[in-house]
Design a protein around this ligand. Structure first.
Ligand SMILES: Cc1cc2nc3c(=O)[nH]c(=O)nc-3n(C[C@H](O)[C@H](O)[C@H](O)COP(=O)(O)O)c2cc1C
Length: 434
């Protein structure tokens, strides 16, 4: 029998789908948080390890040189701040991890260390920080910069940033709070120290002005695809999100991350690699295939949705290219480099129109009845070696969440592939349990 693996949910604090016919009122009032509270409760009932919110800081106007295309569809903006949403989700739940994205290029490290430490207390040890360096110059302009530093320098800065943030968390010992009424001592000052951090890019005296996070180090997650990104992930991340295409590439990616982690002196089992998937479920196998065909037809009819996404993340105006030709060879980006490189490799001469239909934000296609898909996931994990999957909402509505939580999850649990309860209070302990 296959081993148990982890399941997380990967998504954004954005409107739900509003054109599927199964959307209710969520697309209108998603920003009041109610949909997300219901969602996280459902995922906790289904024993997901965590929910993770990606993030960005811009309204893209790359496609067609205007924000019209982005805003008209409502796919990338508006977007709420996951840092503000997290405490509401924490209050509504008991065990599920809540991981939020914050960019090392924009957040002052001391502020980030303090916000995450506070959230770790508010959630009683269930917070994760998804570390990104950001990749859009447009976002940099919102923070007073003309452009982001070059790709590899962003990772060099992030290296120092994470070092600084973890030192700030360590600037308070776990037993600093003594609350000795007789002696009149609330905090033992000998257990709180300045850090006097002086790096190439950052300086901070410290200490932090709040208690050490319950997890000590809240769960760190990352998604580096480039060599610099992989090195960074294997040095710091407890969980790496990945999008290699197909089982052999998934295995190669995991083996590489584990080897790099071992070279950094870490136990490879302390780094979990999780793959983005978006299962298409049906009542019968044919029903699932029909649903996939329907999805493909929708993209074929409106390929611009995909092109707008690529324009935003790669900062390349895809509206300027001929849809019936491949992406020209001379196109470059300072943004998600590995995304562009992977795109070229994967597109392999496809025209842009064909590429839009074929592209999937997922590592492998999973199509079938819940039990068939559970079996496919088990087989893939057996070949790859671990460590689990991130479900990416497609479509982003209650109907899809229900299909996963009440269809796929019970099928996984029946096969012994997924947990049926939480063994620990803290996110980190649950993630490292197997
Ligand atoms: C599953 C997944 C989630 C990601 N989430 C974010 C995000 O929330 N914000 C962001 O700016 N970048 C995000 N990225 C981009 C990564 O941080 C990274 O830039 C990308 O994987 C390319 O790798 P590289 O930076 O090593 O070139 C994500 C990537 C993946 C695969």
């Amino acid at each position: 029998m296959s081993d148990m693996f982890h399941l997380g949910w990967f998504g954004s604090f954005i409107p739900t789908t509003w054109t599927s016919g199964w959307d209710g009122t969520d697309a209108a009032d998603w920003l009041n948080g109610r949909f997300y509270v219901d969602k996280v409760r459902t995922l906790e009932r289904a024993c997901f390890d965590f929910i993770l919110f990606e993030d960005s800081s811009m309204v893209s106007d790359t496609y067609g040189g205007s924000s019209e295309a982005t805003l008209k569809r409502g796919g990338w903006a508006p977007k709420g701040d996951p840092m503000a949403l997290a405490p509401i989700l924490a209050r509504a739940t008991e065990r599920i991890g809540i991981s939020i994205t914050a960019s090392t290029s924009f957040y002052p490290p001391w502020m980030l260390a303090r916000s995450i430490a506070t959230l770790d207390h508010l959630s009683r040890g269930r917070v994760g920080w998804n570390i990104v360096t950001s990749s859009e110059d447009l976002a940099a302009k919102n923070f007073g910069m003309d452009a982001l530093p070059p790709h590899d320098e962003r990772y060099a800065r992030a290296d120092e940033y994470v070092d600084l943030v973890t030192r700030l968390w360590d600037s308070w010992d776990a037993d600093a709070l003594v609350m000795d009424r007789e002696r009149g001592v609330y905090v033992d000052h000998t257990k709180v120290r300045p850090i006097d951090f002086v790096g190439k890019y950052y300086r901070s005296r410290g200490p932090l002005n709040t208690l050490r996070p319950p997890q000590g180090r809240p769960v760190l997650t990352q998604a580096g695809g480039s060599p610099a990104g992989r090195r960074f992930a294997s040095r710091y991340a407890d969980m790496v999100m990945a999008l290699p295409k197909g089982v052999p590439a998934m295995k190669e990616y995991r083996d590489d991350i584990r080897a790099r982690a071992a070279a950094e002196g870490r136990d490879p089992d302390s780094v979990k690699v999780m793959y983005v998937v978006s299962p298409i479920l049906g009542e019968t196998h044919q029903h699932a295939l029909d649903r996939k065909a329907q999805k493909d037809a929708a993209v074929r009819a409106h390929p611009e949705g995909q092109l707008i996404g690529w324009s935003g993340s790669m900062e390349i105006d895809f509206s300027t290219f001929d849809l019936d030709e491949p992406l020209p060879d001379d196109v470059q980006t300072n943004g998600h480099q590995s995304t562009l490189a992977n795109f070229r490799k994967w597109a392999n001469g496809r025209t842009l129109r064909e590429a839009c239909v074929a592209y999937r934000t997922e590592s492998m296609e999973l199509i079938g009845t819940p039990d068939e898909v559970a079996a496919q996931m088990g087989e893939a994990m057996e070949e790859v070696g671990g460590d689990g999957f991130l479900i990416w909402n497609q479509p982003h509505n209650r109907r899809y969440i229900g299909e996963i939580a009440d269809g796929l999850v019970p099928a996984l649990q029946k096969r012994g592939l997924m947990r049926t309860g939480y063994g620990h209070e803290h996110f980190r302990d649950n993630l490292l349990e197997f």
